[in-house]
Design a binder for this molecule. Structure first.
Ligand code: NAD
Ligand code: WQD
Length: 344
């Protein structure tokens, strides 16, 4: 139990992690510039937790903001979620992605070093495996990135590996998430993408709630059991608990960088996810099989053995739980934390 600085704590995964941190007795301080989130997420974290969070509206790439935080609080560890994450946008605006995602990594590490806090949990991603061909994927698979967003995650990891090699006092846990979906079971907290969703589950749920006409299923001719691509969907609450588990074992870990896959170890096709969603929603979700999406891998799922063992953590929620909880959120908050547009 310690005071934890959570960067990007108003976002999808960060907000759910705040709930789990509070439930396990940690004191939580969030810094977020709200570039892709709403302060209402922080209010929802407090409401479902029945505990308070210190929220600072600020940029992690701004050194003075961080110095102010480190001067006021004695952080036991930092969890660094803050980043931009849209792949297409990263191709169109690479400098914004490198500036934001890597600027915040370097600034945060410098501020931590100067404050003498050297315990960090970093949001990495299965994107650091590029487009792997042999699932399940364990942490020894060769690292490569295939777009600017992915490179910011891989370079972020590399910066941290270099830092750990230079200074043995650092302990850094790199958590490589597979496909986070779902929402808090209360229905009060969930993913709230801006604009057209890039990811499958939020798109599907916006169709189900009537905001979009039908789900495009990208590719029906993959060499899989039903022709659609396979991913390892993981409930965001399981993922959030993985962060609490990582903090819990920090003391036991040797110094240096440690990478862990956070996934369920089970792959599901796009159509299996659609069917699971239809079951909990109670009616069909319109979809249409269209062209494959450029750059998509056929089948990706995690080997989470290392996390299961070293973090004493495992994902327990299945596809039905993910769909049920996501629907509880989307159906009661069709426009997320925002207000419905006029005339809708
Ligand atoms: P999100 O966009 O919901 O949350 C990120 C948060 O960081 C947002 O609240 C945003 O406002 C904030 N932020 C961004 N840049 C900032 C900055 N410079 N200073 C302060 N705040 C800033 O995204 P998420 O899905 O919750 O992802 C959290 C982390 O997990 C990210 O690092 C992302 O790359 C990583 N990740 C996400 C997924 C996924 O599919 N959601 C998968 C793998 C890894
Ligand atoms: C899942 C499956 C699509 C949308 C991405 C990033 C990865 C990580 C998680 C951050 C694929 C199909 C999707 C749609 C569809 N993010 N799909 N219709 O691409 O596995 O992973 O998010 O680190 O780095 O690459 O997730 O949700 O976009 O797609 O058929 O409208 O759903 O083709 O097979 P992806 P996704």
């Amino acid at each position: 139990m310690s005071t934890v600085l959570v960067t990007g704590g108003a976002g999808f995964i960060g907000s759910h992690t705040c709930v789990e941190l509070l439930a396990s007795g940690h004191v939580v301080v969030v810094v977020d510039n709200l570039v892709n989130s709403s302060a209402r997420a922080i209010a929802a974290v407090e409401a479902v937790s029945g505990r308070g969070v210190t929220f600072v509206h600020g940029d992690v790439a701004d050194r003075s903001t961080l110095d102010g935080l480190f001067a006021r609080h004695g952080f036991g560890a930092v969890i660094h979620f803050a980043a931009l994450k849209a792949i297409g946008e990263s191709v169109a605006e690479p400098l914004r992605y490198y500036g934001n995602n890597l600027g915040s990594v370097v600034t945060l590490l410098e501020a931590m070093q100067d404050a003498g806090c050297r315990n960090l949990v970093f949001s990495s991603s299965a994107t650091v495996y590029g487009n792997p061909t042999n699932a399940p994927i364990d942490e020894t698979v060769r690292l490569e990135a295939v777009n600017p967003y992915g490179r910011t995650k891989l370079m972020g990891e590399e910066i941290m590996r270099d830092l750990c090699a230079a200074d043995q006092r650092w302990k850094i846990v790199l958590l490589r998430y597979f496909n986070p979906v779902g929402a808090h079971p209360s229905g009060e907290l969930g993913e709230d993408p801006r604009g057209i969703p890039n990811n499958l589950m939020p798109y599907l749920m916006q169709v189900a709630v009537g905001r979009r006409e039908k789900l495009p299923v990208f590719g029906g001719d993959y060499p899989t059991r039903d022709g659609t691509a396979i991913r390892d969907y993981i409930h965001v609450v399981d993922l959030a608990q993985g962060h609490v588990a990582a903090l819990g074992v920090l003391d036991e870990l040797a110094s240096g960088c440690h990478a862990f896959n956070l996934g369920t170890g089970t792959g599901s096709t796009v159509l299996e996810l659609v069917r699971a969603a239809e079951e909990v929603i109670g009616r069909p979700v319109p979809f249409e099989i269209v062209e494959r999406r450029a750059g998509d891998a056929v089948a990706v799922w995690a080997d989470p053995t290392r996390a299961n063992t070293a973090l004493r953590w495992r994902a327990t929620r299945d596809l039905r739980d993910m769909c049920r909880d996501h629907w509880a959120w989307q159906s009661t908050h069709p426009y997320g934390f925002g207000d419905a547009p006029e005339g809708s």
